[in-house]
Design a protein around this ligand. Structure first.
Ligand code: SF4
Length: 455
């Protein structure tokens, strides 16, 4: 790399906060740093470069970052040559004041500037002590990635960004102003990328976007998302296709029908509903009603038998009444989600929801959340209780935290199953009989070993 002058023994520590989009960005950053000759370490004291890949969706994540960077003060004082950087949504959001707020930081760059990282590091090494920033020039630009530049946490499974940004402007969400408008990566590039990943041994891809259903709209493909899935279905070596996240408003019956015909697309849909009352959905600017949402679920379940449906829910939105919260509980009872990510509303600077009158006291928001979690957990428990005695194909993902001689894998529906087995099963597809069920995770017994994984 021109301008780089570093010994091969330098090490980086990368910490990623937030969603799968950030994890995918982390894969690319790791690939770039390894190409530059850095080795990865998990120990701050060993690192020459400490980089935080941040999320700003929740205020809490921001606070965590600030305290993590501040905690490096003593390390930096003892080793002034230590380089500290911040990237991700928070760097994009606070680009004008991050150096002031985090004086220990040597460089910042946005999620769309990842390819600038080598030049930024070269400049930092050439002129130590002078801070550097990425261009932050065009958040709507899709910075592509090549298969050989991605370092996979698991060599058989990859995240692939298909669309960046979001143009939905949900009133509680900061993403559109941070990540910019929707920009799709051209379909031929994605097919090429996934084909190369499959040739490297990847058998499962998770397609990522804030709203994957919008894929292709900005590049003139009205049916871009189902078309992309249909083309990926024929990639040799690929066995499972997943995607995250779908906006319910953009999921047509026609798209669901086309997806239902594809054998590699897993029966697992994350469909964030957020609330169950029409007035609250409207205040959130979600663009659908509860009736529309429940009909959508009925269509998915009719066309894709055995599908697992998960969701996101926010309770205690400003001005939400008791009866509107009851409507959310009612929707949860009817929808019977496999599981849900549940939160109570927290004000977030930079969002329109701040202007909505009627912020509820925190104790009411917390109390509603506790009721919501209790209800959803009882439904998850009932669904899980039906699974013992059933057989599932799983992709074994890792050695289990439950102890030596155990591994854990996921069903096509996204359920983790723990089973006794050697670490050599990791990366393989096996058939498992479920023996016990907890709330979401299962334990089972190995029945059949289907495919040898060849890294
Ligand atoms: S769809 Fe709504 S919640 Fe999701 S990223 Fe876009 S604005 Fe945020």
């Amino acid at each position: 790399m021109p301008g780089m002058d570093k010994s091969a023994s330098q090490r980086f520590l990368l910490t990623t906060f937030g969603c799968q989009m950030n994890l995918a960005d982390g894969q690319r950053i790791r690939g770039i740093l390894q190409r530059l000759g850095y080795d990865e370490t998990e120990n701050e004291a060993d690192a020459d470069l400490i980089l935080f890949n941040t999320c700003c969706v929740r205020e809490h994540a921001e606070e965590r970052l600030f305290s993590r960077v501040q905690s490096l003060k003593r390390l930096k004082a003892g080793r002034p040559e230590l380089i500290i950087g911040v990237t991700g949504c928070l760097a994009q959001h606070h680009k004008k004041r991050l150096f002031e707020e985090l004086p220990l930081t040597d460089f910042i760059f946005g999620p769309n500037d990842i390819e600038e990282l080598p030049a930024i590091l070269a400049a930092l090494i050439a002129e130590p002590g002078r801070r550097r920033a990425g261009s932050f020039a065009d958040v709507g630009h899709f910075a592509g990635e090549e298969a050989d530049g991605i370092v996979l946490d698991r060599p058989f499974s990859a995240f692939v960004n298909i669309i960046r940004g979001c143009t939905n402007f949900c009133t509680y969400c900061i993403v559109p102003s941070v990540r910019g408008p929707e920009v799709s990566r051209p379909i031929h590039e994605l097919i090429g990328l996934v084909t190369s990943l499959a040739a490297r041994g990847v058998t499962e891809v998770t397609l990522l976007g804030q709203n994957v259903n919008a894929y292709g709209r900005d590049i003139g493909l009205a049916d871009g998302f189902p078309r992309l899935l249909e083309e990926l279905e024929s990639v040799s070596g690929l066995r499972r296709i997943r995607f995250l996240t779908s906006h319910p408003r953009d999921f047509s019956a026609e798209t669901i029908g086309r997806i239902a015909r594809l054998s590699k697309v897993c029966e697992s849909f994350h469909l964030p509903v957020q609330a169950g009352a029409d007035r609250v959905l409207s205040l959130m600017n979600r663009g659908y009603t509860r009736e529309y949402y429940l009909e959508l679920l009925a269509t998915v379940r009719e066309l894709i038998p055995g599908v697992s449906i998960t969701t996101d829910l926010i309770c205690g939105f400003p001005s939400e009444t008791d009866s509107e919260f009851e409507e959310t509980l009612d929707l949860v009872r009817r929808a019977r989600f496999d599981t849900a990510y549940m939160y109570y509303y927290s004000p977030r600077s930079g969002t329109k929801a701040l202007d909505i009158a009627g912020l509820l006291p925190e104790e009411i928001r917390k109390e509603r959340l506790a009721r919501l979690i209790e209800l959803q957990n009882s439904i998850s428990q009932q669904i899980s209780a039906e699974l013992p005695g059933k057989k599932f194909e799983i992709l074994v993902e890792s050695v289990s935290t439950h102890g030596e001689g155990h591994v854990v894998g996921k069903t096509r529906t996204g359920r983790p199953i723990d089973l006794a087995g050697p670490a050599s099963l990791v990366g393989n597809y096996v058939t498992v009989l479920v023996e016990r069920a907890r709330l979401w995770t299962l334990s089972g017994r190995l029945l059949q070993h289907d495919v040898e994984f060849e890294p």
